[in-house]
Design a protein around this ligand. Structure first.
Ligand code: RET
Length: 282
């Protein structure tokens, strides 16, 4: 009896053995459209980093530099994120719970995307908040809520116990998203008008809000939600949204910041951690 039980357990272990990273890597490269959706973004993130270095080469103002560093970190996270996806490191086949359109099946889940958005989206919001001339409270609030949004989005993708709970995470994540949308559309729009950066912020706001809404829509339509879209379609969808929400926004910001306009600079002393530094000549 004991022997039978242990044999059954052995078999189930063998049957449920997760795919190796090598198998996932080969699965990705068997589907050129999927592989390209990753590789193209590695190239774009690399080019964007080089572009920022070039456009930012003459910056002297500490606040302008902070904006440049913030947008650079978006691409630094992105190039790492897409490298992880390409390697198969941050992708798993996850068994969907009963009730899901593909319940019981193992579904290709790019969970690394949700994980790394936790680190990239804060830098998008820091850059936008600084362009709008907003205050620390609003910037930190948006950062905290985007982290909450991404972590709960990750939970939605990784929950295998209950279909209902997957959507519950989705609802939580969406409610955090609404806070961010409010800050951008209401608070920062008013701040930008007062700062004198309303024109640029208006463009950035449209690109950001429209592209960010695309992410939950893709999640819901993709294999993780209602499974209406193929994996490669979802992946290209996210990759295209990333191009708008990260690289286009970055280029617009850098073209503006490169000239150090009066609206965004503060002069030496900004962000000093010692009040006396720079204040005296001795
Ligand atoms: C998820 C699913 C759960 C509900 C919501 C989502 C929103 C995701 C967003 C992601 C934005 C990502 C960006 C990445 C750039 O690096 C997690 C898909 C609301 C808005 C801009």
């Amino acid at each position: 009896m004991d022997h039978l039980v242990s044999q059954a357990m052995d078999e189930s272990i063998v049957l449920q053995a997760p795919e190796t990273q090598r198998e996932i890597f080969e699965f990705i490269f068997d589907d050129p459209l999927l592989a390209w959706s990753f590789v193209a973004n590695i190239a774009l993130a690399g080019l964007t980093i080089l572009g920022i270095l070039y456009l930012g080469r003459n910056l002297t103002d500490p606040r302008a530099k902070l904006i440049a560093v913030s947008v650079m970190l978006i691409s630094v996270v992105s190039i790492s994120s897409y490298s992880g996806l390409t390697a198969g490191l941050t992708i798993s086949f996850i068994e969907m719970p009963a009730g899901h359109p593909r319940g019981g099946e193992e579904v290709f889940t790019m969970w690394g995307r949700y994980l790394t958005w936790t680190f990239s989206t804060p830098f998008i919001l820091i850059a936008l908040g600084l362009i709008a001339g907003s205050n620390l409270t609003k910037i930190l609030t948006s950062v905290a809520f985007t982290i909450a949004m991404c972590v709960t989005g990750l939970a939605a993708a990784l929950t295998t116990s209950s279909y209902l709970l997957r959507w519950w995470w989705f609802v939580l994540s969406t409610s955090f998203f609404i806070v961010i949308v409010y800050i951008i559309l209401v608070e920062w729009t008013a701040d930008a008008a007062a700062t004198g950066t309303g024109d640029l912020f208006g463009t950035l706001k449209i690109l950001t809000v429209v592209s960010w809404f695309g992410y939950p829509i893709l999640w819901a339509l993709g294999v993780e939600g209602f499974a209406v879209l193929e994996v490669w379609m979802t992946s290209w969808g996210y990759s295209i949204l990333d191009i708008i929400s990260k690289y286009m926004v970055t280029v617009l910001i850098m073209l503006y910041v490169a000239n150090e306009p009066a609206e965004i600079i503060t002069g030496a002393g900004f962000g000093e951690s010692r009040a006396s530094v720079g204040a005296t000549g001795d």
